[in-house]
Write a protein that binds this ligand. Structure first.
Ligand code: XMP
Length: 507
């Protein structure tokens, strides 16, 4: 397995994803928390960083823990760090070193650059430049503008590059990581979805024995795949609870419940719509609405969990980005990342042990694991949907009538995306009910009705997103259909804001 030390770069997760794409398991740890059991790793990658090695805030990893022990690939900050503090020199760059560049020189006969040729495009993103290589440094590659774009340290298994192999614009990035990890560090490529399923099911069996486990299903990908893994391991001892908070999509509760039953899961549907809507009545502040939903969910879930005799474990569909975001927010160097709601979200009074079988996976890997267990591609390909559901898409206070209107609008939008084959091209889509009435005319009558906004975005992780350029004809047809069929709506707009500065949801 591979250890990635995070120096706070926005690309750290991308490095991990690229390593996993090579079927190699990896973990991200903050640069200042190098794991003590270093022997269990086969190679180390040092990430980039937003800070400069020359600044007072420079991050100082204790490299003595890994240097000379494991092959190291130092990317960007790592490359500069090694140069700056091991006898080389780093200075502010006076030429542009952002964006695309081409390799102009590659040293011959190096495994590190095997199958990579001059003119290969690389992605640069830094304002400092390596003026002088560190002690025993050997130049491996240059671009037209950057002399020391890649080097190795003679006599040690250390490779350093100024550009970013993890970014898709570095066209041979995959090859370069392959060269370093497989050819040089000899890491095994045995991280496959079916191997993961086998291992995890075995581990779960050992860990859980005959214990009973309760799991909250949401209809989403993560909780569903977690449930399938547990189901394979412990069968009927897995008790799934699927709560209808009255804020789901149209018919979603019934549809998903059927689907789960077809998968053989032992699942109980709990319709708590009235309880949620009562608690939310008259509340219009977004954060207050979120808190109420979170609280009522825990109450409902806890009531249900108490009905199961002798339950010992709570299973959750937590995935790797949820875990590392939290590590970064508390102990790591990355400043911009928000902590996630499902980590540590266990209320004290539930007193259950937690089991999280997907804790080591990224979203796309969760999907691959689901596929390898023959789960329905429809279910695995579902767009993300927020826990508070339609509550944060109905701006202002909620009423059952508003929920009904938005469910109808949303269903038309989503069904049309599917029938136009656009659903899988969009990362997330939904409709917002605006707290605005506007004047319209239908037949000869003046109307004064609701306005809805449609939103469709592309993204990889929800942290940044851009609106999708849906075909005019699609928008035209969808808008017509909504206004004709959904009573109470006379105007449809399309949201063309990116995140940042907007967010995906409106509340
Ligand atoms: P924003 O609106 O912050 O959304 O750009 C980013 C992603 O997070 C989802 N989201 C939530 N998910 N509870 C959730 O479980 C929430 O309170 C919540 N708020 C936003 C949103 O749907 C998008 O995928």
């Amino acid at each position: 397995k591979v250890l990635i030390l995070d120096f706070g770069s926005q690309y750290t997760q991308l490095i991990a994803r690229r390593v996993r794409e090579l079927n190699i398991y990896c973990e991200i740890h903050p640069f200042n928390k190098i794991p003590t059991e270093i022997d269990s790793y086969n190679a180390v990658v040092l990430s980039g960083s937003p800070v400069s090695v020359r600044s007072e805030d420079a991050l100082h990893p204790d490299l003595s823990l890994i240097r000379g022990k494991k092959p190291i690939l130092a990317v960007c900050y790592g490359a500069q760090y090694l140069a700056h503090f091991s006898g080389g020199e780093v200075a502010e760059s006076n030429t542009r070193e952002y964006g695309r560049a081409k390799l102009a020189y590659i040293k011959e006969g190096e495994d590190f650059f095997e199958n990579i040729h001059e003119d290969s495009q690389v992605w640069m993103s830094h304002s400092d430049t390596i003026k002088k290589l560190p002690e025993n440094g050997v130049l491996l590659a240059s671009t037209h503008d950057v002399q020391n774009a890649a080097y190795k340290i003679e006599g040690e298994d250390i490779y350093a590059i100024q550009f970013h192999p993890e970014v898709y614009h570095t066209t041979d990035g995959h090859q370069l990581l392959h060269n370093f990890l497989v050819k040089i560090a000899k890491v095994k490529q045995d991280w496959t979805p079916s191997a993961f399923v086998e291992e995890t099911v075995e581990d779960l069996k050992n860990k859980l024995g005959d214990d009973k486990v309760v799991l909250g299903l949401s209809g989403g990908v993560d909780s569903s795949v977690a449930a399938m893994l547990l189901h394979r391991a412990i069968g009927k001892n897995l008790y799934c609870i699927f709560v209808n908070n009255g804020l789901l999509r149209k018919n979603e509760f019934e549809d998903v419940l059927h689907q789960y039953a077809d998968m053989g899961l032992n699942v109980k549907g709990v319709d708590a719509s009235a309880r949620f809507l009562d608690a939310l009545a008259g509340k219009s502040d977004p954060e207050e609405k979120r808190k109420i939903i979170g609280r009522v969910f825990i109450e409902v879930f806890d009531d249900e969990a108490h009905l199961i005799k002798n339950v010992k474990w709570l299973a959750q569909g937590t995935i790797y980005p949820d875990v590392i975001e939290s590590v970064s927010a508390t102990g790591g160097p990355s400043a911009t990342i928000k902590s996630h709601h499902n980590v540590g979200g266990l209320p004290d009074f539930m007193k259950l042990k937690v089991v999280e079988p997907l804790k080591a996976l990224f979203k796309d890997e969760v999907r691959r694991v689901g596929t390898s267990m023959n789960m329905d591609s429809h279910l695995l390909g579902r767009h993300p949907f927020p826990g508070p559901g339609l509550a944060i898409r109905i701006l202002g206070d909620l009423t059952p009538e508003k929920v009904r209107i938005l469910q109808e609008v949303d269903a038309i939008f989503i069904n049309n995306l599917r029938s136009w084959n656009l659903y899988d091209k969009v990362w997330q889509a939904g409709a917002m009910l605006l707290p605005v009435n506007s004047v319209g005319v239908m037949g000869d009558e003046r109307t004064y009705e609701k306005c809805v906004a449609l939103r469709a975005v592309e993204s990889t992780d929800g942290m940044t997103a851009d609106w999708v350029n849906l075909p005019y004809e699609f928008l035209q047809k969808t808008s017509n259909e909504i206004i004709n069929k959904v009573k109470g709506v006379n105007r449809v707009v399309y949201d063309i804001s990116s995140k940042p500065p907007a967010t995906i949801e409106w509340e």
